[in-house]
Design a protein around this ligand. Sequence first.
Ligand code: PGA
Length: 255
Amino acid sequence: MNKQLRKAIIAGNWKMNKTPTETAALIAQLKGAVQNPGCEVVICTPFTSLPCAVEATKGSCLHVGAENVHFEASGAFTGEISAPMLTDLGVEYVIVGHSERRQYFAETDQTVNKRALAALAAGLKVIVCVGESLAQREEGVTEELVRMQVKIALQGVSAEALKNVIIAYEPIWAIGTGRTATADQAQEVCAAIRRVVGELYGQTAADGLTVQYGGSMNAGNAAELLSKPDVDGGLIGGASLKADAFAAIVEAAGK
Ligand code: PGA
């Protein structure tokens, strides 16, 4: 099965949770709970927690990511954080295009693309989030919408840079709602994402792409979602804030 060709990645998206002090405490718990994982494990924290997270995860199996990044390297962008600022800290990953950024902070497919390009140019690994709203699912346009989001996000991304791209399928109606996509729904869209990447970059690139599912993934449903051939990992919100739940998802991904 092609699944062996790619890396399974479980990433926690802490969102606007945890002070630096609380971050140190949760990482201490995570280091105890997550040992010798059979997959790559990433925690994406608020900007203010990143220095502490990089320090606290040194020598462990945990990798650190940011939750957003600006597309310019520096300049008059009050309140923003650039990709070189993140890499200078030792941050390895960044999430771009999360639906909360799109919904509350006017993120568009075009700015997601610009952020992805800037992050890749700086040497970050980029988790690009895509996904439909409930209305779009009910209108039957999920696949078209997700294909378009992927195509625009990847404009100008070279085949070489694509190796540092992960795509997370996150149906908006499943985020933070407790309503998970069924494993078959997740598989269907993750497969469509791989197909469009195959059309753009060829089959080998598509086979090597890590596609995550995100949206109310938890210790109870992770194994079934991750058993699907095109679901290579998860982007975990709520359950990533509890060491035991997150460790159980990591374990399910390592099987
Ligand atoms: P959730 O969030 O796991 O709390 O649904 C997922 C996400 O927003 O990445």
